[in-house]
Design a protein around this ligand. Structure first.
Ligand code: GAP
Length: 591
């Protein structure tokens, strides 16, 4: 979790105005407001839920459907052994420091980063952070009391619960949707007909008990992730980079971040791979796919970059990671991570569960190999080891496969329940023979594009936020892309009149039948209705006036949000024309 966004907390006017607009117009607001609200939990209102749904649909179209990947929907609560295996139980911690005066909890690494020259305090050890707090005489951000001498502790971010009555079966709310995919690998590989590579996606909630949630929906305790786990054979599978090699990207590699005057620079995916700036071609492929997608949903490309993680910043499972970052009020926030997870997760789940998290790699030609086997003398092992004789057989088989030299002396040694045992080699039936095999079982590696939907929604809104003046009046509008705008068209009868309303109702019905998202508004003067739709980012408004019902060829006024230009269009062409614009096949200016 690289977080540079904590440098400012809602102090910029655009963010403040956006958060106010979001609440007023139904994008998002702190939940359980009737009970005083609860930190880190947000409700998406009618506009926000629609925008978020449209972003998720666009993600699904690109990363599941267009790439030919599967999608699953796993539970959000998983049993403890899953997180013992994944490493989250032991390693998914943030550094917590508590104020001795006001009792507020804070992220110690954030306090260090915000007030010292340390940029990556997360990579420091706890005693080092305590030393820095004392050296710089850092204080509590809430009340100003000194924090020197306060203990810094690891705080596990997972929400714990009990599965069923009692506490014998602990469970956790998943901190990433990814684990729901990894644990089902033994079954999912069957659906992929045991063929690598294949990808599995999931869009769903993740939960982290953040020490200090902040900046509205940027850091919350419950959020939505859209993740793709792409399983590959690292020795065989290579991506086809031809479709992404010309994609232009702004990169900020670790090497530049480590230089005092290092900076992000522009290049293409192809060049970045050729010059070894992005070392893994699969990571490069997904960065190349994601960039135009981000642009299509409305992220401003002048405020977008890919930043490589510094070595100390990477998650426990990642060997390399690049973040997609957006600029918000002068700070960069992480919207997604593109990590190479190696075979960490599948091997850990294999080790802890005993299930098969491997896939069979078929050789082009059968190969003859030497194999060491044992055929132990049970009339010797039985009396010597009693009920453990079969366990000993397993130990000897493992040892023969791993370490033939162990059988070269007179006796062979192995561990059983913490004790070292020794038996004569002649009793093991050890031998080395030749075998012809057609393939081997390998543990696939995983490349993971992991998108945070809430941070993307925030970015899309922030980058779309505009203020201008229309007819001498100040106007606020959201220049949302038609593909994601919650409502595509607003329909208004010019004034309260049965005939106008009847015609407007008919138009609403037609447009909805064409699959467009439509809102009907007959309250207030027409200027106010335009402003209302501008503020929620509705790209077009249609006004039904007296000309509409009096003319032979009925026409309506169609107004475009960004330019406020108006054109008259025949009613019977309206659905077709607006659908073509929505699909990107026609521009309003062409009408
Ligand atoms: N499976 C990998 C993974 O979870 P991550 O970088 O911890 O990686 C991925 O999370 C994305 O999830 C982040 O880039 C961010 O967009 C989002 N995210 C993480 N923590 C979040 C939080 N507390 N609130 C909102 N979004 C969050």
């Amino acid at each position: 979790m690289s977080e540079q966004q904590h440098a400012d907390d809602d102090t910029d006017s655009t963010s403040e105005k956006l958060v106010e607009l979001a609440k007023r117009r139904g994008y998002f607001f702190q939940s359980s407001g009737a009970y005083g609200g609860v930190g880190g939990f947000y409700t998406f209102g009618p506009q926000g839920a629609a925008l978020k749904g449209n972003v998720e649909d666009a993600w699904r179209d690109r990363f599941a459907v267009a790439e030919g990947n599967m999608e699953i929907d796993a539970p959000t609560i998983m049993p403890e052994p899953v997180f013992e295996a994944s490493g989250h139980l032991d390693g998914f911690d943030d550094m917590l420091v508590e104020c001795p005066e006001c009792g507020e909890s804070h992220r110690a690494d954030h306090i260090v980063e915000d007030n010292t020259m340390y940029e990556d305090a997360e990579s420091l050890e706890i005693p080092e952070v305590e030393e820095v707090i004392a050296e710089y005489e850092l204080v509590c951000p809430s009340c100003g009391a000194g924090l020197a001498g306060q203990a810094v502790e690891d705080f596990n971010l997972m929400f714990a619960t009990n599965i069923g009555p009692g506490d014998s079966d602990p469970g956790y709310l998943r901190p990433e949707t990814a684990q729901g995919i990894f644990v089902e690998f033994p079954r999912l590989k069957e659906y992929a007909r045991n063929q690598l590579p294949f990808g599995v996606t999931q869009i769903g909630r993740a939960y982290r008990n953040e020490i200090s949630p902040r900046r509205s929906i940027i850091r919350t305790r419950e959020f939505t992730q859209a993740e793709l786990e792409y399983f590959i054979d690292p020795e065989v599978d290579e991506p086809d980079l031809s479709s992404v090699e010309d994609v232009e990207v702004t990169l900020y590699p670790a090497s530049e971040q480590n230089e005092e005057d290092g900076e992000a620079f522009e290049t293409t995916i192809g060049e970045a791979v050729d010059e070894n700036i992005i070392t893994d071609p699969w990571v490069a492929y997904f960065l190349g796919v994601a960039k135009p997608w981000y642009e299509a949903v409305g992220v401003d490309m002048d405020r977008f970059r890919y930043r490589q993680h510094l070595a100390g910043e990477r998650a426990h499972y990642a060997s390399d990671c690049w973040d997609a970052e957006s600029e918000i009020d002068g700070n960069w926030i992480e919207m997604a991570g593109f990590a190479h997870r190696g075979n960490y997760d599948l091997s850990k789940h294999a080790e802890h569960s005993g299930d098969r998290f491997t896939i069979f790699r078929q050789y082009d030609e059968p190969q003859t190999i030497e194999r060491a086997t044992v055929d132990p003398d049970m009339s010797y092992l039985g009396p010597e080891f009693g009920g453990d004789a079969q366990v000993v057989v397993g130990k000897l088989e493992d040892l023969a496969a791993r370490d033939r030299e162990a059988f070269e002396g007179e006796t062979v040694e192995f561990e059983l329940e913490g004790e070292t045992h020794e038996i004569p080699v002649e009793k093991t039936g050890f031998s080395v023979g030749e075998e012809t095999i057609s393939g081997e079982h390998i543990t696939p590696h995983v490349v993971e594009p992991s998108f945070g939907v809430d941070r993307l929604v925030y970015t899309v809104l922030h980058h779309a936020y505009r203020e201008d003046e229309v007819d001498g009046e100040d106007r606020t509008f959201l220049e949302l892309e038609p593909e994601v705008a919650p409502t595509f068209v607003g329909v208004f009868p010019l004034q309260s009149d049965d005939d106008l309303e009847a015609q407007a109702d008919e138009i609403v019905e037609d447009l909805r039948e064409a699959g467009l998202s439509v809102t009907y508004d007959d309250s207030g003067n027409i200027g106010r209705r335009y402003r209302r739709q501008d503020e929620v980012g509705t790209p077009f408004c249609v006004t039904v006036d007296y000309e509409t019902i009096e003319e032979d060829e009925t026409t309506v006024t169609v107004r475009e949000r960004d330019t406020t230009d108006q054109k008259r269009l025949p009613v019977d062409e309206l659905a077709e024309t607006l659908s073509a614009i929505r699909a990107g096949d026609l521009e309003f200016e062409e009408l």
